[in-house]
Design a protein around this ligand. Structure first.
Ligand code: PEP
Length: 247
Protein backbone atom coordinates (compact mmCIF):
# COMPACT_ATOMS: atom_id res chain seq x y z
CA UNK A 1 0.00 0.00 0.00
CA UNK A 2 1.51 3.35 -0.97
CA UNK A 3 1.98 5.79 1.90
CA UNK A 4 0.33 9.16 1.68
CA UNK A 5 2.53 12.25 1.74
CA UNK A 6 2.18 15.53 3.61
CA UNK A 7 4.69 17.94 2.09
CA UNK A 8 5.39 21.46 3.33
CA UNK A 9 6.92 24.24 1.25
CA UNK A 10 8.32 27.01 3.41
CA UNK A 11 9.23 29.12 0.33
CA UNK A 12 11.41 32.14 1.25
CA UNK A 13 10.45 31.96 4.90
CA UNK A 14 12.34 30.81 7.94
CA UNK A 15 15.51 31.36 9.91
CA UNK A 16 17.24 29.29 12.55
CA UNK A 17 14.50 30.32 14.95
CA UNK A 18 11.97 28.42 12.79
CA UNK A 19 13.67 25.07 13.34
CA UNK A 20 11.69 24.70 16.56
CA UNK A 21 8.65 24.03 14.35
CA UNK A 22 10.35 20.88 13.07
CA UNK A 23 11.05 19.80 16.63
CA UNK A 24 7.36 20.25 17.45
CA UNK A 25 6.34 18.21 14.39
CA UNK A 26 8.62 15.30 15.23
CA UNK A 27 7.37 15.33 18.82
CA UNK A 28 3.73 15.40 17.69
CA UNK A 29 4.25 12.66 15.05
CA UNK A 30 6.95 10.27 16.35
CA UNK A 31 5.63 7.36 14.29
CA UNK A 32 3.40 8.82 11.54
CA UNK A 33 1.31 6.58 9.31
CA UNK A 34 2.10 8.92 6.40
CA UNK A 35 5.31 10.35 4.96
CA UNK A 36 6.15 13.91 6.01
CA UNK A 37 8.42 16.16 3.93
CA UNK A 38 9.42 19.72 4.77
CA UNK A 39 11.15 21.89 2.19
CA UNK A 40 12.75 24.78 4.06
CA UNK A 41 14.84 27.48 2.39
CA UNK A 42 18.25 26.19 1.29
CA UNK A 43 19.97 28.02 4.14
CA UNK A 44 18.27 25.72 6.66
CA UNK A 45 18.60 22.33 4.96
CA UNK A 46 21.76 21.20 6.75
CA UNK A 47 20.43 22.16 10.18
CA UNK A 48 16.95 20.81 9.44
CA UNK A 49 18.31 17.47 8.21
CA UNK A 50 20.56 17.13 11.27
CA UNK A 51 17.72 17.99 13.61
CA UNK A 52 15.38 15.41 12.07
CA UNK A 53 17.95 12.70 11.35
CA UNK A 54 16.52 10.34 13.97
CA UNK A 55 12.90 11.00 13.01
CA UNK A 56 10.78 9.91 10.04
CA UNK A 57 10.48 13.54 8.89
CA UNK A 58 12.19 14.12 5.53
CA UNK A 59 13.82 17.32 4.32
CA UNK A 60 13.74 18.58 0.73
CA UNK A 61 14.94 21.44 -1.43
CA UNK A 62 12.68 23.88 -3.26
CA UNK A 63 14.55 23.82 -6.57
CA UNK A 64 17.80 22.57 -8.09
CA UNK A 65 19.90 23.33 -11.15
CA UNK A 66 19.96 20.80 -13.98
CA UNK A 67 23.78 20.57 -13.91
CA UNK A 68 25.67 18.82 -11.10
CA UNK A 69 28.18 21.68 -10.68
CA UNK A 70 29.65 24.62 -12.55
CA UNK A 71 29.57 28.35 -13.14
CA UNK A 72 25.99 29.07 -12.06
CA UNK A 73 26.15 31.80 -9.47
CA UNK A 74 23.42 31.59 -6.88
CA UNK A 75 22.18 28.16 -7.97
CA UNK A 76 22.23 24.88 -6.07
CA UNK A 77 22.69 21.48 -7.66
CA UNK A 78 20.89 18.24 -6.87
CA UNK A 79 24.07 16.53 -5.54
CA UNK A 80 24.55 19.54 -3.22
CA UNK A 81 21.03 19.12 -1.88
CA UNK A 82 21.65 15.42 -1.29
CA UNK A 83 24.97 16.22 0.39
CA UNK A 84 23.17 18.68 2.69
CA UNK A 85 20.76 15.94 3.79
CA UNK A 86 17.79 16.47 1.47
CA UNK A 87 16.00 13.43 0.06
CA UNK A 88 13.59 15.25 -2.27
CA UNK A 89 13.25 18.46 -4.25
CA UNK A 90 10.30 20.50 -5.48
CA UNK A 91 10.51 21.21 -9.20
CA UNK A 92 8.44 23.44 -11.45
CA UNK A 93 6.57 25.23 -8.68
CA UNK A 94 4.39 27.89 -10.31
CA UNK A 95 6.41 30.59 -8.56
CA UNK A 96 9.52 29.24 -10.30
CA UNK A 97 7.70 28.92 -13.62
CA UNK A 98 6.38 32.47 -13.31
CA UNK A 99 9.20 34.39 -11.57
CA UNK A 100 12.11 32.55 -13.20
CA UNK A 101 10.56 31.69 -16.57
CA UNK A 102 11.02 27.97 -15.98
CA UNK A 103 9.65 25.84 -18.79
CA UNK A 104 8.45 22.27 -18.58
CA UNK A 105 11.48 21.20 -20.65
CA UNK A 106 13.76 22.67 -18.01
CA UNK A 107 11.75 21.00 -15.24
CA UNK A 108 12.33 17.65 -16.98
CA UNK A 109 16.08 18.30 -17.10
CA UNK A 110 16.02 19.14 -13.40
CA UNK A 111 14.07 15.98 -12.63
CA UNK A 112 16.74 13.89 -14.35
CA UNK A 113 19.39 15.70 -12.29
CA UNK A 114 17.40 15.05 -9.10
CA UNK A 115 17.07 11.33 -9.91
CA UNK A 116 20.81 11.08 -10.63
CA UNK A 117 21.49 12.49 -7.16
CA UNK A 118 19.08 10.02 -5.57
CA UNK A 119 16.43 12.64 -4.83
CA UNK A 120 12.69 12.26 -5.26
CA UNK A 121 11.41 14.88 -7.71
CA UNK A 122 8.15 16.52 -6.62
CA UNK A 123 7.01 17.90 -9.96
CA UNK A 124 4.46 20.72 -9.68
CA UNK A 125 1.94 21.69 -12.34
CA UNK A 126 -1.31 23.59 -12.55
CA UNK A 127 -3.41 25.97 -14.57
CA UNK A 128 -3.87 29.72 -14.18
CA UNK A 129 -7.29 31.21 -13.58
CA UNK A 130 -7.43 32.49 -17.16
CA UNK A 131 -6.69 28.98 -18.44
CA UNK A 132 -9.41 27.47 -16.23
CA UNK A 133 -11.93 30.08 -17.33
CA UNK A 134 -11.06 29.33 -20.94
CA UNK A 135 -11.75 25.61 -20.30
CA UNK A 136 -8.11 24.78 -21.02
CA UNK A 137 -7.31 23.14 -17.67
CA UNK A 138 -6.91 19.54 -18.84
CA UNK A 139 -4.99 20.56 -21.97
CA UNK A 140 -2.56 22.61 -19.87
CA UNK A 141 -2.16 19.80 -17.35
CA UNK A 142 -1.57 17.25 -20.12
CA UNK A 143 1.13 19.34 -21.77
CA UNK A 144 2.85 20.16 -18.47
CA UNK A 145 2.80 16.52 -17.36
CA UNK A 146 3.98 15.11 -20.68
CA UNK A 147 6.83 17.60 -20.97
CA UNK A 148 7.93 17.99 -17.33
CA UNK A 149 8.10 14.26 -16.59
CA UNK A 150 11.09 12.48 -18.13
CA UNK A 151 11.00 8.81 -19.07
CA UNK A 152 11.86 6.58 -16.13
CA UNK A 153 9.42 7.90 -13.52
CA UNK A 154 8.54 5.53 -10.68
CA UNK A 155 6.65 5.73 -7.43
CA UNK A 156 9.96 6.11 -5.62
CA UNK A 157 11.64 8.80 -7.68
CA UNK A 158 8.59 10.93 -8.53
CA UNK A 159 5.65 12.67 -6.90
CA UNK A 160 3.27 14.89 -8.90
CA UNK A 161 1.68 17.93 -7.23
CA UNK A 162 -1.38 19.47 -8.85
CA UNK A 163 -1.41 23.11 -7.78
CA UNK A 164 -3.86 25.43 -9.53
CA UNK A 165 -1.97 28.72 -9.69
CA UNK A 166 -5.07 30.67 -8.66
CA UNK A 167 -5.39 28.61 -5.46
CA UNK A 168 -1.83 29.15 -4.20
CA UNK A 169 -1.75 31.51 -1.24
CA UNK A 170 -5.16 32.96 -2.09
CA UNK A 171 -7.47 31.09 0.26
CA UNK A 172 -9.39 29.88 -2.82
CA UNK A 173 -9.67 26.17 -3.51
CA UNK A 174 -11.22 24.26 -6.39
CA UNK A 175 -14.30 22.18 -5.62
CA UNK A 176 -13.57 18.57 -4.79
CA UNK A 177 -15.18 17.68 -8.14
CA UNK A 178 -12.65 19.92 -9.90
CA UNK A 179 -9.76 18.39 -7.94
CA UNK A 180 -11.02 14.88 -8.71
CA UNK A 181 -11.35 15.68 -12.41
CA UNK A 182 -7.68 16.70 -12.63
CA UNK A 183 -6.33 13.92 -10.38
CA UNK A 184 -8.29 11.22 -12.23
CA UNK A 185 -7.01 12.68 -15.49
CA UNK A 186 -3.41 12.68 -14.23
CA UNK A 187 -3.68 9.05 -13.09
CA UNK A 188 -5.09 7.97 -16.44
CA UNK A 189 -2.47 9.88 -18.40
CA UNK A 190 0.31 8.38 -16.28
CA UNK A 191 -1.17 4.94 -16.88
CA UNK A 192 -1.16 5.50 -20.65
CA UNK A 193 2.52 6.34 -20.49
CA UNK A 194 3.85 4.10 -17.72
CA UNK A 195 1.32 1.30 -17.33
CA UNK A 196 -1.24 1.00 -14.54
CA UNK A 197 1.08 -0.40 -11.85
CA UNK A 198 3.69 2.33 -12.12
CA UNK A 199 1.01 5.04 -12.49
CA UNK A 200 -0.73 3.86 -9.32
CA UNK A 201 2.55 3.93 -7.41
CA UNK A 202 3.16 7.62 -8.13
CA UNK A 203 1.66 9.84 -5.45
CA UNK A 204 -0.56 12.69 -6.63
CA UNK A 205 -0.64 15.63 -4.22
CA UNK A 206 -3.10 18.47 -4.23
CA UNK A 207 -1.69 21.93 -3.37
CA UNK A 208 -3.30 25.34 -3.02
CA UNK A 209 -4.68 26.85 0.21
CA UNK A 210 -4.84 23.54 2.09
CA UNK A 211 -5.71 24.28 5.73
CA UNK A 212 -6.77 22.21 8.74
CA UNK A 213 -10.37 23.25 7.99
CA UNK A 214 -10.48 21.85 4.43
CA UNK A 215 -7.99 18.98 4.72
CA UNK A 216 -10.52 16.21 5.49
CA UNK A 217 -12.65 17.06 2.46
CA UNK A 218 -9.67 17.32 0.11
CA UNK A 219 -8.09 14.07 1.34
CA UNK A 220 -11.34 12.20 0.76
CA UNK A 221 -11.20 13.17 -2.92
CA UNK A 222 -10.52 10.63 -5.65
CA UNK A 223 -6.83 10.02 -6.42
CA UNK A 224 -5.54 12.51 -3.84
CA UNK A 225 -2.55 10.88 -2.13
CA UNK A 226 -1.55 13.84 0.00
CA UNK A 227 -0.93 17.56 -0.08
CA UNK A 228 1.71 20.14 -0.86
CA UNK A 229 1.14 22.90 1.66
CA UNK A 230 2.64 26.38 1.66
CA UNK A 231 1.45 28.88 4.28
CA UNK A 232 -0.07 26.30 6.61
CA UNK A 233 3.21 24.34 6.78
CA UNK A 234 5.10 27.17 8.48
CA UNK A 235 3.64 26.54 11.92
CA UNK A 236 3.45 23.06 13.37
CA UNK A 237 0.13 24.04 15.00
CA UNK A 238 -1.35 24.35 11.47
CA UNK A 239 0.56 21.57 9.72
CA UNK A 240 0.13 18.94 12.42
CA UNK A 241 -3.69 18.70 12.03
CA UNK A 242 -3.21 18.43 8.26
CA UNK A 243 -0.86 15.49 8.80
CA UNK A 244 -3.38 13.94 11.20
CA UNK A 245 -6.18 14.38 8.64
CA UNK A 246 -4.13 12.37 6.15
CA UNK A 247 -3.40 9.53 8.60
C1 PEP B 1 2.46 26.15 -2.43
O1 PEP B 1 3.17 27.14 -2.44
O2 PEP B 1 2.87 25.11 -2.94
C2 PEP B 1 1.15 26.24 -1.82
C3 PEP B 1 0.30 25.28 -2.03
O3 PEP B 1 0.90 27.37 -1.05
P1 PEP B 1 -0.39 27.62 -0.11
O4 PEP B 1 -0.66 26.34 0.65
O5 PEP B 1 0.02 28.73 0.80
O6 PEP B 1 -1.52 27.97 -1.00
Amino acid sequence: MKRKLAAGNWKMNGTNASLGELQSLTTAHPDPRVDILICPPATLIVQAAALTADSPLMIGGQDCHSAPSGAHTGDISAPMLADAGATAVLLGHSERRENHNETSDLVAEKALAAWSAGLTAVICLGETLAQREAAQTLDVIATQLDTSLPDGATGTNTVIAYEPVWAIGTGLTPSTAQIAEVHDFLRARLADRLGAAQANAIRLLYGGSVKPANADEIFATSNVDGALVGGASLKSADFSPIISALE
